[in-house]
Every structure is written in structure tokens, then in C-alpha cells.
Write a protein that binds this ligand. Structure first.
Ligand SMILES: Cc1cc2nc3c(=O)[nH]c(=O)nc-3n(C[C@H](O)[C@H](O)[C@H](O)COP(=O)(O)O)c2cc1C
Length: 266
């Protein structure tokens, strides 16, 4: 069978893919409505086809639907992750901080608010993405010794994670990419062995916010033909300006994704 026959109508496949990536959106407020039982399997069936260095497939997934365990995970997140990123963000100039940490109250009040705010445990299911670095040693070892550190592991995990987000969107559901900076408390909740990495938490469910359009840099700004076009290169100063303008564009979208109330904005 030719590739053309295998793929069917190429235009149609492309249009579907483009529509899927453009309509997928991060959501930070979920309805608790349950999702059909085989949905998670369908999602993970897509994820396991992700690319990884030397096809090492370093991923494993913990599906959490037990409300008590979801709450324990979320409490660990608030207590350790939020605390850490909150104080790290306070080191930055106010307008450059992540939208969540641009709260204008006194720091301790803001921290309390942020710790209480994460509500992704209300999503009917949470997928925790784990990585086994030992499996990833199947990749080209030279890459590790030449400055790549663990990135072949995390690249593979990111690919699998993104496929989860795409598959979720293809099933009419929404998801959130919950970055984990302090892994250990979550590993303790789930009994994950020390040698594994706890890479990401992905809550999944129906959105409790309206659909909104994403923001991306235009194609002409990011594409170079044949050689690098220096007119598109940003100086260090330009990068700062870009980050300010990016925040202006993303703050309202971030708020829309979790339905920030007028009181919270104060
Ligand atoms: C590496 C990475 C880290 C991210 N961390 C978080 C996070 O900790 N919390 C969150 O709510 N979203 C997080 N996101 C989601 C991004 O904020 C989101 O993808 C981006 O703003 C574009 O919005 P969209 O997904 O709605 O298109 C992360 C995404 C990536 C790829």
C-alpha cells in the first residue's frame, strides 16, 4: 500500500490536524462530570505512539480517578510546587511574572490565594506522566556526554504528553499542563519508585470555561528561507520588550482559561 493510500485524502487529514491543534486549548477549570471509562485508554493509546530517542519509550502513566488521591496530589502541589514557584516569581519585575503571580495583594495573602486556587483535582481524571531514565539509555550515549544531559528523556516525555493533549482535544475534552518542579511530594502520594521521574500532571475533563482562541507568533516571524534572516533576530533588549507584549496578550487568555473573578483580579 502506498503512503497516499494509507493516509487517505491528504488534504482532509491535514485540515483535521490543523483544526485540532488550533482548537485545542489549555483549561484550568473543569466540570466534575465523569468521562466515559474507555476514554483514558483511547488517549493513552495515542500517547504510546510518541517519538522518543532510539525508540526507548521511557514513559509510564498513572491514571488517578480516586477523589481522595487527586486531592492529596493537589495538596502536595499547592504546598510544595506553588510555594516554590510563587517565591521564585517574586524575584521578577511585576509585569514579567507569570500571570498567576501578578496578584496585587501582599505576598503572603497572594500565596495563600494561589495555594487555594489550583482546582484541577476536580477534573474527573488526572494522568500523571512518569519517565524511566534507565530506559532512555537506549539512545545515542554520545548525546548525553555532549551537553544534552537528560533532555532525550524529557523530550520523549514531552512528545507523549503533547499527544495526550491532542488526543484529549480530539475527543471533545480539555486538559491542563501542570508543570511539576518539586517531584518528591507527588511521588510519595502515588508510591512512585525513587528512580523514576514524575514529569507532568495532566488533568482531563469537560471545560468549565467558554472556548477561547489561542495566541501564537505569526509564521513569517519564525520562518527563515535558506539562511537565517537577521532582520528577524531579536536583540537582548528586544526579547525583554517581546516578553512584556507577550504578557499583555496572554494574561487575559490565562484568566479566561480559569475564569478569574473580578475579586481575584484585585
Ligand atoms: C513546558 C510547558 C509548561 C507549562 N506549564 C504549565 C503550568 O504549569 N500550568 C498551566 O496551567 N499551564 C502550563 N502550560 C500550558 C501553557 O501555558 C499553554 O500551552 C500556553 O499558554 C498556550 O495556551 P494553549 O495551550 O491554550 O494554546 C505549560 C505548557 C508547556 C508546554
Amino acid at each position: 500500500m502506498s503512503v497516499e493510500e494509507f493516509m487517505g485524502d491528504k488534504n482532509q487529514t491535514y485540515d483535521m490536524l490543523l483544526k485540532l491543534v488550533k482548537t485545542r486549548m489549555s483549561v484550568r477549570k473543569f466540570r466534575p462530570d465523569p468521562i466515559p471509562e474507555d476514554t483514558i485508554n483511547k488517549i493513552l493509546e495515542v500517547a504510546r505512539w510518541a517519538m522518543s530517542g532510539a525508540n526507548s519509550q521511557p514513559w509510564e502513566f498513572v491514571i488517578v480517578t480516586d477523589p481522595k488521591i487527586k486531592k492529596e496530589l493537589r495538596d502536595a502541589y499547592s504546598e510544595y510546587n506553588t510555594d516554590f514557584i510563587f517565591w521564585m516569581e517574586q524575584q521578577r519585575e511585576y509585569n514579567l511574572r507569570h500571570p498567576s503571580y501578578q496578584v496585587k495583594n501582599d505576598p503572603h495573602e497572594s500565596l495563600r490565594f494561589n495555594k487555594a486556587k489550583a482546582n484541577w483535582h476536580q477534573a474527573p481524571a488526572v494522568i500523571v506522566v512518569l519517565g524511566d531514565g534507565r530506559r532512555q539509555w537506549g539512545t545515542v550515549m554520545g548525546a548525553h556526554t555532549f551537553g544534552r544531559d537528560q533532555s532525550h528523556l524529557t523530550d520523549g516525555l514531552a512528545n507523549a504528553s503533547f499527544l495526550i493533549h491532542l488526543a484529549v482535544a480530539s475527543l471533545g475534552l480539555t486538559s491542563e499542563w501542570v508543570s511539576i518542579h518539586v517531584e518528591e511530594p507527588h511521588k510519595r502520594v502515588l508510591g512512585v519508585p525513587d528512580l523514576l521521574k514524575l514529569y507532568l500532571i495532566i488533568p482531563i475533563g469537560y471545560p468549565d470555561v467558554p472556548a477561547h482562541e489561542g495566541v501564537r507568533r505569526p509564521l513569517e516571524n519564525i520562518v527563515h528561507r535558506d539562511r537565517y534572516d537577521m532582520s528577524k533576530y531579536m536583540s537582548n533588549e528586544d526579547v525583554i520588550k517581546y516578553l512584556y507584549s507577550l504578557r499583555e496578550a496572554t494574561v487575559p487568555i490565562h484568566s479566561a482559561s480559569r475564569a478569574v473573578t473580578a475579586d481575584e483580579k484585585k
